[in-house]
Design a protein around this ligand. Structure first.
Ligand code: PSV
Ligand code: MN
Length: 393
């Protein structure tokens, strides 16, 4: 069992200042291709999503930013949306482009062999950059559904060239203080090949653009058994780890609550982050986001639970005696080194986190406090009529 006094002053500071970004779509309804269930109180517009994100931040104290998805969060007055968010202590952060839900993109967007479709997809990104100027966002996040379903369907090589040309035009449109974040995913919706399937492709593409292009690592976007922390190290060494989309998976891109399937994996990822001094987002530039869907569970408590999972694993890693670990590694003490990692993972940090929350003026039990607040009952009663936001709407 650990308490705050077990942390070094620097570890205490890092834990206290840790932040996570939330995704607006996590507050909408989501499901599978079989069914999207609705939940009472689901937001109908980006303003209500911000209200819900502000609740997560109010109870956890560590989620002050939100990612928007365009056109899902399209609104007439982005200045008003920004003001609304800031009044609630939330910063509008990444703008996520969407070029995967229009019939024109059936055979690809930025990679399409048809120059007219590529133009449309590039212009959609330019529109996102315009929005970024209004929201004060510094990051354009791109994930593409591009790929093919059958060998021979299209030229993989030509598509890579098209991708580079399209990204270069988008990158050139960004302001000096804005960056491009390219996310990879090994399959889905394409089933034979995906145009940005892995970190190597994403890294190659962003390196060809310039210093302000970086890679986004979504923890659900790898084949089973992939050593994700190894990829984290590679991207950090290359200075190109821009962000995480945290979530958890048992099978495919399940988008479950981070840590749900394998908390030890989350711990191991954070271990590499902390070993490389990359936890402090303003200094390292690595943005930590939750990219999840709450198909069955209530969305706000689901986001609170997830933020707490990340915080809990972070505290465990920060407790680790790194000097002792390095000494054991250098002595080739295999069992000793592994024991240090193992012990840290199994340390009970609940008392430490309760103290930390009290120090910040928060309830030590964020989930319980949120439930007692009556917010879920209130939104279920208030948000009647309108169209509930859903994944893809
Ligand atoms: C794609 O699976 C992804 O992870 C990307 O980040 C998208 O923008 C997001 O999910 C939308 O749900
Ligand atoms: Mn993602």
């Amino acid at each position: 069992m650990a308490t705050l006094k077990d942390l070094t002053p620097e570890a205490h500071r890092l834990l206290s200042e840790q932040t996570l970004e939330l995704a607006s779509w996590a507050f909408g309804n989501a499901g599978t291709r079989f069914k999207v269930y609705s939940t009472a109180g689901t937001p109908r517009d980006p303003f209500e999503k911000i209200d819900d994100a502000a609740q997560v931040n109010a109870f956890t104290g560590i989620t002050p930013r939100i990612s928007l998805h365009i056109p899902w969060d399209e609104t007439e007055d982005y200045g008003a949306l920004r003001e609304y968010a800031e009044e609630r202590g939330i910063q509008l952060s990444n703008i996520n482009s969407n070029v995967f839900q229009d019939d024109d993109y059936k055979f690809g967007s930025l990679t399409n062999s048809d120059p007219h479709i590529r133009r449309k997809a590039i212009d959609a990104h330019k529109h996102c950059i315009d929005i970024m100027r209004k929201t004060g966002s510094d990051t354009l996040k791109i994930w593409l559904g591009d790929g093919t379903n059958y060998p021979g369907q299209d030229s993989i090589r030509r598509r890579q060239d098209n991708l580079h040309e399209s990204l270069a035009e988008i990158y050139a449109e960004l302001d000096e203080d804005q960056k491009l974040l390219l996310e990879y995913k090994f399959f889905e919706p394409a089933f034979y090949h995906t145009d940005v399937p892995d970190w190597g492709t994403s890294l190659g593409q962003v390196q060809a653009l310039g210093d302000r292009a970086v890679v986004c690592l979504d923890t659900g976007h790898h084949a089973p058994g992939t050593n994700i922390e190894f990829i984290v190290v590679q991207l950090l060494r290359a200075g190109r780890l821009g962000a995480f989309d945290f979530n958890s998976r048992f099978y495919a891109d399940d988008d479950l609550m981070v840590g749900a399937a394998d908390p030890y994996q989350l711990f191991r990822i954070l271990n590499e982050i902390i070993d490389a001094d990359a936890l402090d987002t303003p200094v390292s530039g690595v943005n930590f986001m939750l990219d999840q869907c709450h198909n069955l569970e209530e969305k706000i408590p689901g986001e609170i639970r997830s933020a707490l999972n990340v915080q809990e694993m972070t505290a465990k890693v920060l407790l680790m005696d790194r000097a002792a670990l390095t000494a054991a590694q250098e002595a080739h003490d295999v069992l000793g080194a592994n024991q240090i990692v193992w012990d840290a993972f199994f340390t009970d940090v609940q008392p430490l986190l309760a103290e930390l929350r009290e120090e910040k003026g928060l309830d030590p039990d964020p989930l319980g406090a949120f439930r007692r607040s009556g917010y879920l009952e209130k939104i279920a009663a208030d948000r009647v009529g309108g169209v509930q936001a859903s994944w893809g709407a």
